[in-house]
Design a protein around this ligand. Structure first.
Ligand SMILES: Nc1nc2c(c(=O)[nH]1)N[C@H]1C(S)=C(S)[C@@H](COP(=O)(O)O)O[C@H]1N2
Ligand SMILES: [Mo]
Length: 257
C-alpha cells in the first residue's frame, strides 16, 4: 500500500526554510572561520628560494603556476604591436645591481657558465654577430604600470643554437645575475626558450642607456618586469631553482603573465 505524505502548512514550510537557511549560515560561517584559522596557523614555508608564504598558500600558488605553464606553451605568442605604438621615452624603474661606479661597459663580457667549470666569455660584438630579433610588446611591472616598448637583440634560442648549449638547455632553469651579483633572477627553461625571449642590447633602435641595463638585458615578454634583468653579467643552468631576488622577498617565483 502507498503511504500518503501529509501536506505541510504554510507556517510549517516557512519555519522549515528558516531553519535550513539559519543552519547553513551557521555551518558555513563556522567553516569559513575554521578555514581562516587553519590557514593563519598553518606553518610558514622554510625561507629558501621562496619565502614568507603559508604552506597551503604556496601549494595553491604552485597549482596556479602549473595551470599557466600549460596555457602559455612556446606555441603561444605574447601580443605584439606596430613600431609607431612604442613609447619614445622608455620608463626606468629600479636600479638594483646597477650602482657599481667602476662598471665599464667597454670591458664587459657575458659569462656563460656551461657547467663543470667551463665558462664561455662573449663580448657584445660576439652577440651582435648573431641574428638580430626585434619585439614591440606591452612590458608589465608588478607595481601596476605597463608600457609598449621596442627592444632588439639576440633570441635566447639563437644563443643556444650558435654556441651549442643544447645540453645545458635540457636542464630545468636558467639563472642570471648582474656583474656585481646584487640582482639575480631564476627563469624556468621553457620560458627562457620561448621564441620571444631576447638578450636585448637595443631599445628604440639605439644601444641600451645605462639605466635600462647597458650593455645587455633580458627581455622576457612572458614574465613580469621583475624577471627582465638589466645588465646581465652571468648566465648559468641548473635543475634546481636558482636564487631569485624578488622570490626571496615573497614574490611568486614563476611571475608569469
Ligand atoms: N639589474 C636590475 N634589473 C632589473 C631591476 C633592477 O632593480 N635591477 N628591476 C626590474 C623591474 S622590477 C622592472 S619593472 C624592470 C624595469 O625595466 P626598465 O627600468 O628598463 O623600465 O627591470 C627589472 N630588472
Ligand atoms: Mo617591476
Amino acid at each position: 500500500m502507498k503511504k500518503v505524505k501529509k501536506e505541510l502548512t504554510i507556517e510549517q514550510k516557512i519555519s522549515r526554510r528558516n531553519f535550513i537557511s539559519m543552519g547553513s549560515f551557521v555551518v558555513l560561517s563556522g567553516a569559513a572561520y575554521g578555514g581562516w584559522r587553519w590557514l593563519y596557523k598553518s606553518p610558514l614555508e622554510k625561507p629558501s628560494i621562496t619565502g614568507h608564504a603559508h604552506e597551503p598558500l604556496r601549494r595553491a600558488l604552485n597549482q596556479t603556476e602549473l595551470f599557466f605553464r600549460r596555457l602559455y606553451s612556446n606555441n603561444n605568442l605574447v601580443k605584439t604591436y606596430p613600431k609607431a605604438r612604442a613609447a619614445k621615452q622608455v620608463r626606468v624603474n629600479s636600479f638594483i645591481g646597477l650602482a657599481d661606479e667602476d662598471f665599464e661597459p667597454a670591458d664587459w663580457k657575458l659569462q656563460i657558465n656551461k657547467g663543470r667549470g667551463e665558462i664561455l666569455q662573449l663580448s657584445l660584438d660576439d652577440l651582435k654577430a648573431l641574428p638580430k630579433t626585434e619585439i614591440i610588446f606591452d612590458f608589465k611591472c608588478v607595481e601596476g604600470w605597463d608600457q609598449i616598448s621596442h627592444w632588439a637583440g639576440v633570441k635566447f634560442t639563437d644563443l643556444v643554437e650558435h654556441y651549442n648549449l643544447h645540453e645545458q638547455a635540457k636542464l630545468s632553469y636558467v639563472g642570471l645575475a648582474t656583474p656585481d651579483k646584487k640582482y639575480y633572477v631564476g627563469v624556468d627553461m621553457p620560458s627562457a626558450l620561448h621564441p620571444q625571449t631576447l638578450l636585448a642590447y637595443e631599445v628604440n633602435d639605439k644601444p641600451l642607456p645605462m639605466d635600462n641595463g647597458q650593455p645587455l638585458r633580458l627581455i622576457i615578454p612572458v614574465k613580469y618586469g621583475i624577471k627582465n634583468l638589466k645588465r646581465i653579467g652571468s648566465i648559468s643552468f641548473s635543475n634546481t631553482r636558482p636564487p631569485d631576488y624578488w622570490a626571496e622577498r615573497g614574490y611568486d617565483y614563476y611571475s608569469g603573465l
